[in-house]
Design a protein around this ligand. Sequence first.
Ligand code: PMP
Length: 408
Amino acid sequence: PPPAPLLEVRADFPVFAHRPELVFLDSAASSQKPAAVIDAIAGFYAHDYANIHRGAYGLSARATDRFEAVRDQAAQFFGAPSRDGVVFTRNATEAINLVAHSWGQVHLNPGDVVLVSELEHHANLVPWHLVTGGRGARVEAVAMTPDGRLDLEDYERKLRELPVKFVALQHVSNALGTVHPARQLVELAHARGVSILLDGAQAAPHLPLNLTELGADFYVLSAHKMLGPSGVGLLLARPEALRGLPPYQGGGDMIREVYPQHSTYAPLPHTFEAGTPAIAEVIGFGAALDYLSGLGMANVAAHEQALLGYALQRLGAVDGLQLYGPASGRCGVVSFNVAGAHAHDVAGFLDEANICVRAGHHCAQPLMRALGVASTARASFSVYTTPADVDALADALGEIAQFFAETP
Ligand code: PMP
């Protein structure tokens, strides 16, 4: 078993009491939820629910205060420079679309390049295809090294040689777990006067973050991957990077004055929050941040590193198993293939043993092409993952690999 200290929090997650047989290794897709989050949402609906930002009555004012308190809490949790740059969205995808649309509309001109990478999740590719396509600009990609890191020389070269106007890169790879040198990525972009967005969907659940120190202009994440509910994402921006940009969507809550022919907009961050938000889910996200604060993100990271080391050791000893990703500098994600088997079949066999893994291209088709495979199976960890989960996976994969080795 891996070295201590490991977190012992499984009892906080009701799903494991209801399904004791479950070996849940798909936390990168979406995490399970602690009782604290589930109870916070139910409690909010039972005691404090009303629409926010418009009630003249006490209940609505209270709901508004609770909602806005989560904005402050998020700013503090992620070390954001100011609450004015904390925008609630539906998910990381919507946060990226917001930046692509609002920033792209003002700043992208014909010939400009938006620089992404071969490792990106489709959520950090397609929005840039949409906005560049309409403006005569284009998307170029930084290459991936064979072991699944960003090719930093290629990044520097492309920044130097192409007319790059904007950089949009992931912080951590969802398919391989690679942790990219975020600070260096930001500094290299800023040294050339280029704004940068970091996709932190897979970083925020696993690493302590201080966005003020990191200095990215835009940082995005999803609550559902970090013990919070679905339906909530965050755009964490330097307020100066948002100021003056046109709204992403129009409607209630984001206006100052509206006339039949034109309107003016509410100040930051409300400019970018049109319509009734996911109020109860934001409250639930606040409970998730409280829960993670209680554990301490450094402990979360240490727990997952210990499990990752153990998983690489155990899976590395399985004959016929191909592992992907770098030897070091990665989060609790292990991507693999069994020789002679399709990843979907492997996931199907694992499911028969109640082991949940994801199989496919992981919304990262360019990465799969660069790796030279159609798909992989992926096991991913969270705070509630145990060494016993890793043992169950390794034992089952040993049997599956043997089966495929013996099947002509
Ligand atoms: N980026 C990365 C790296 C991801 O892993 C994901 C989720 N798989 C996303 C973006 C999109 O997150 P969401 O679906 O919550 O918008």
